[in-house]
Design a binder for this molecule. Structure first.
Ligand code: KDG
Length: 319
């Protein structure tokens, strides 16, 4: 049984090779992505076994993702192929209209993974893990996928498996913001470790000052393992009574997509391998920095040796 079981939709990303509006972009790079799949690859690269529960289209893109994940060493035993529905895809438009921002254009409605349902969630598989991970994206893609995510969280909670949740609010995936707030808040009741950013905190909790965010999550949801991502300002955690701040690593950014997943995956891997919270945050920040230096969410996810070399070499002039 894998140490971590994740649930969610992998997607093929078509990332514009050149900047600017997509109407003028000719070349795209194809990458395997999707938030929970990214977390799985981050984990396995650091030697923590991870399995993904999902559905893929029985099509070329589904095979591409399946082979990629299998090649990385992710457990694919709970991936089902759906002959009726396509694998979800999206395009990335970079540095337009806002410099430094990547715009995401989804083509995923009716995808195979949007038909994920509670039937896909095997209680023995989830119950045999140390951590169950899912995100607010899975909660947004369809009613059945949301039910599957809640089933996973409930099983994990019932069997003493640590639940990890990245709020991952994606405005484009929700029809009404109130629905997002209701659903994501409900999910927080089942969560042991939460990852969120300042905007998500203010959306869900109505507060944005760090102390207030920690206080609200603890008092309203009983969560005592909180990781607040602050972008270029770094990250802060409330971890079983201790507050820790870690700076971000400043690197040349090619494409910021995937940074949060790199952070979550490497943070979880590090905690599971016995690092203290500060070390886990530093390693997670390094991984996030490495991922944004290239197009694609998973290619630059570090192995142990890559992390060591990044952390030792950061800030030094390379000849
Ligand atoms: O966190 C990166 C993901 O957002 C990206 O890979 C696409 O999973 C994705 C999504 O649903 O937006």
């Amino acid at each position: 049984m894998p140490e971590v079981v994740a649930l969610g939709e992998p997607l093929v990303q078509f990332n514009a090779v050149t900047d600017g509006p997509l109407r003028h972009v000719t070349y795209f790079e194809k990458h395997a992505t999707g938030t929970e799949a990214n977390v799985c690859v981050a984990l396995v690269r650091l030697g923590v076994s991870c399995g993904l529960i999902t559905r893929l289209g029985a099509d070329e893109f589904g095979l591409f993702i399946y082979n990629w994940l299998r090649g990385e060493g992710v457990d694919v035993s709970h991936i089902r192929f759906d002959p009726e529905r396509p694998t979800g895809i999206y395009f990335v438009q970079r540095n337009y209209p806002i410099p430094g921002v990547s715009d995401v254009l989804y083509y995923r409605r009716g995808s195979a993974a949007s038909a994920l349902s509670p039937d896909d969630v095997d209680p023995d598989y989830v119950g045999g893990a140390r951590v169950f991970h899912t995100t607010g994206i899975t909660m947004a893609i369809s009613d059945t996928a949301r039910s599957a995510a809640f089933k996973g969280l409930e099983i994990a909670r019932g069997k003493g498996v640590i639940t990890s949740f990245d709020v991952n609010y994606r405005k484009k995936l929700w029809t009404r913001v109130e629905d997002a707030v209701n659903v994501l808040s409900r999910a927080l009741n089942f969560v042991d470790i939460v990852f969120l950013d300042e905007d998500e905190a203010s959306l869900l909790l109505g507060v944005s000052m760090v102390d207030d965010v920690f206080k609200e999550l603890r008092s309203r949801f009983g969560i005592d393992k909180i990781v607040l991502k602050l972008g270029v300002k770094g990250s802060m955690a409330y971890w079983e009574g201790r507050v820790v701040k870690v700076d971000a690593f400043r690197v040349p950014v090619k494409d910021p997509i995937g940074a949060g997943d790199a952070y979550a995956g490497v943070f979880l891997a590090s905690i599971l391998r016995g690092h203290d919270v500060e070390s886990a945050m530093r390693r997670a920040s390094a991984a996030a920095a490495m991922v944004v230096m290239v197009r694609g969410d998973e290619e630059n996810l570090p192995r142990e040796d890559d992390l060591r070399r990044f952390l030792e070499g950061y800030g030094r002039q390379v000849d």
